[in-house]
Structures are given as C-alpha cells and as structure tokens.
Write a protein that binds this ligand. Sequence first.
Ligand code: CNA
Length: 245
Amino acid sequence: MNKIKQLEQMIKSSNNIVFFGGAGVSTASGIPDFRSKDGLYNTKYEGNDPEYLLSRTCFIKEKELFFKFYRDKMDIRYAEPNITHKYLAKLEEIGKLKCIITQNIDGLHRKAGNKNVYELHGNIHKNICLSCHKSFTPDYIFENKDIIPRCDCCGAFIKPEVVLYEEPLDHIILSCANDDLQESDLLIVAGTSLKVYPACHMVLRHKGKIAVVNLEPTAIDYKATLVIRNNIEDVFKELYNSTTV
Ligand code: CNA
C-alpha cells in the first residue's frame, strides 16, 4: 500500500485527530515558509536577520524598521485557503478532527471554515493599541500613510497580535492545545520544521500514533508511525479525492 493510502486508512480508523501544522501548509497559498532553501530566513533584509526583525527588541527599539519589514514581507491579507485547509475543514465537519494547532499567522484555517483552531503565534488579522486596546484591521496597518501606525483615538502605538521572538505564548492557548493533542488518537504533523520552541515540545511528548507530512526530515520522524516526505498539497489533494471526507 502506498503511503498516502496508509494515511487514509489511519484517518479512517481514528475519531479524535489533531493536526499540528506550520508554514509548509500555506506555501500552496503563495506564502513562503521561513526555513526552506528559498524561505525568508535565508535572506537578509537591509542587512538584518529576519529573526531580529520579528523580535520584541526590534519592535521596541526600531519601530520604523520593524513596520517596514512587516509591511513588505508579512502582507498576506489576500491569501486564500488551499486544498489542505479545505480538507481539514471537511474533516472537522464530519467530526473526525478535534482541532488544528497551528504556528501560522495567516488565519487560513479559519477562512477555510475550521472552528477549533489554536493559533499559537497569533495572526495578522488582529492589531491592538498598546494603550487603550482599540482593535484595528490589517488594512489600517498595511495601508497607513505613516510607517509607524498609531491609534486614531489616543495616539499610542499599535502592535499586531502576532507572537514575536522573545515573547511568551499565551499560556491558556498553549495548555488547551496541549491537552487536546495529548488525548488525540492520531496526530498529523505537517509543514513544520519543528524548530520553534515551545510549540514543538508538545508534539515531542505525544505518545499515540503520529503521521508526518513534510519535505524535509523533522525531529519527530523517529517516533512516527508514518513519514511521508512529499509535497503537502499532493498528499492532501489525494486525500480530498478519497472517501475519507
Ligand atoms: P519553517 O521553519 O519555515 O518550516 C517549514 C517546513 O515545512 C520545512 O521543514 C519545509 O521543508 C516544509 N515545507 C514547506 N513547504 C512544504 C510543502 N509544500 N510540502 C511539504 N513540506 C513543506 O516553519 P514552521 O512553521 O515550522 O516555523 C514556525 C514559524 C514560521 C512560526 O513562527 C510562523 O509564524 C512562521 N511562518 C508562518 C507563515 C504563515 O503564517 N503562513 C509563513 C512563514 C513563516
């Protein structure tokens, strides 16, 4: 049996599936990942490492540089869900998928229709005034005439609700996601290098069946029941056209 058929069988025989995903899930929607050969992390931006540009230090100390990079590289407002997002939405609809735990900040799982989504690193769609907590749309950030957007009520700085390097994850989201993950009878890990902590810790602790779909090796491969080293889009296209959903 080929590996995609094996994954199909695993999905058929599971009723409490958790999907843990990363940037590779959205490359088919036109959003580059970070750590692949052509990913954002293999280029400098005006001499700076993207890790620095997406850090709290940069946001605090060099807001102009932060927002310049953010506007230039993180404007993913118009991306649309791809076949993987759509398959997972169906899997939730028929009651097999308990939740999605994603490191992505693009909001595409919700756009595809999934309701139980833990966005560990937040998303670009929410932006909050750091003083009066007024909420702003991404258009306000990306189309503002000022490089550093400010609150139109109180004039304070606005911060996108994405978790920057050096910032902690929301502990309630992390703890609820971890509970669901540890209880799952099948964990599908896809499109993530599993190099970002603490998110990947919960995956490494899982004791049940694990299926990995990723182009490159990951830290969980050694304990996975099934490893598919393929393009996610191809794998989920085949699953979508199968009888599982
Ligand atoms: P990463 O470290 O860039 O790893 C991505 C992984 O996906 C790599 O191992 C690739 O080999 C693999 N991959 C890429 N494309 C495909 C594909 N089509 N088929 C199969 N495998 C593929 O990204 P992670 O998600 O592991 O790292 C977490 C970071 C990335 C989080 O902080 C995110 O916010 C951040 N990020 C998010 C987005 C997004 O929201 N779409 C985009 C880029 C980065």
